[in-house]
Design a protein around this ligand. Structure first.
Ligand code: SAM
Ligand code: SF4
Length: 317
């Protein structure tokens, strides 16, 4: 599918739930979010149908995310079915890693080939603070297990937060020695934590200034929002995702499906297209998607203070 700005849209991110076993401060409010009523959540069958239609329309890359995808019952079956879709070349999942110790092998067997694991700190107390109660050991055990079962490549996603993890940048970069890529993501102002995010923003430039010896490496995917660097001796790369300081809209190839069946054409736009209701008439769904893609916005306007109201947990990062 080609949108109105000649971008090829071949990447769908599917949020399978807005529930999570953690409560990260930048992602969801303290009191949690309003629970979506059960009947508004896409069933696993509906998610599979939508994924199938997208693949028929030329999407060849799918990432499963959430909330925390692994907390949803029946996920492994869905992952297995999506993994088998003909035409799908790249199938990945984003997780906080807490349940990977238990599920890494099943994910590998179900056809997941790439894994992003979110980890913002290597300090137990800080981990408990930022996730409002999570245990670092569970996440680290999950990462270890994913490596043991051969899930590869594994990328760690670290959101940079001023006064929180800016003193750990070197330790996180050193993780690349083990062959894992580490990607620093700029904190995005969205949902109820938007003002907090603005106050605690650090630009990725700061990391580049702080870490000596990083050499830029050639991009292997022009649609990836990350720029990659490497320490000369490390096996893994250091990536920077700069949605704020350097927007990558002109290469955007993705759309998002929320767990309540809304198609988001741009992460930073409040505009959504309902796919759950028309699913009752499956014939129409392809046309609705094609029409929606033609309306994908050219770019976001975060730099002008145009922030969205949905919390990240209710979209899928
Ligand atoms: N629960 C899974 C996890 O944490 O990896 C998947 C969902 S989570 C919403 C996906 C990613 O979004 C995580 O890497 C998280 O750090 C990132 N994220 C959430 N809110 C963010 C924000 N305001 N700015 C930047 N990244 C954010
Ligand atoms: Fe949960 Fe991931 Fe959001 Fe943290 S970032 S609250 S782990 S969905």
């Amino acid at each position: 599918m080609i949108d109105s700005y000649q971008r090829r849209i071949n990447y769908l991110r599917i949020s399978v739930t807005d529930l999570c076993n953690l409560r990260c401060r930048y992602c969801m409010p303290n009191e949690g979010i309003d629970k979506i009523s059960h009947s508004d959540v896409l069933t696993l069958e509906e998610i599979e149908t939508i994924a199938k239609v997208f693949v028929e329309l030329g999407v060849d890359k799918i990432r499963i995310t959430g909330g925390e995808p692994l907390v949803r019952k029946g996920m492994l079956g869905l992952i297995e079915n999506i993994g088998k879709l003909e035409g799908l070349k790249d199938f990945a999942i984003t997780t906080n890693g807490i349940m990977l110790k238990k599920h890494a092998k099943e994910l590998k067997d179900a056809g997941v080939n790439r894994l992003n694991i979110s980890l913002d700190t290597l300090d137990e107390e800080k981990y408990e603070y930022i996730t409002r109660g999570g245990q670092l050991k569970d996440a680290l055990d999950g990462i270890k297990k994913a490596q043991e079962v051969g899930l590869s490549p594994i990328k760690l996603n670290t959101v940079l937060i001023k006064g929180f993890n800016d003193d750990e940048i070197q330790d996180l970069v050193d993780f690349t020695n083990s062959g894992i890529d580490v990607r620093f993501i700029e904190l995005m102002p969205m949902g109820e934590a938007r003002n907090w995010a603005i106050d605690n923003f650090i630009s990725n430039e700061y990391v580049l200034e702080k870490i000596n010896g990083l050499k830029e490496v050639k991009r292997d995917d022009i649609n990836s929002p990350a720029n990659y660097y490497k320490l000369p001796s490390a096996k893994g790369k250091v990536g920077f995702i700069n949605p704020i300081s350097c927007k990558f809209c002109s290469n955007c190839n993705r759309v998002r499906l929320t767990s309540d069946g809304k198609l988001k054409l741009c992460l930073h736009s409040n505009e959504e297209v309902d796919l759950k209701t028309p699913l009752r008439n499956k014939e129409d769904i392809k046309d609705i998607i094609i029409d929606a893609i033609s309306k994908k916005p050219k770019e976001h306007h975060l730099e002008e203070g145009d922030y969205i109201t949905r919390n990240m947990i209710a979209i899928g990062g």
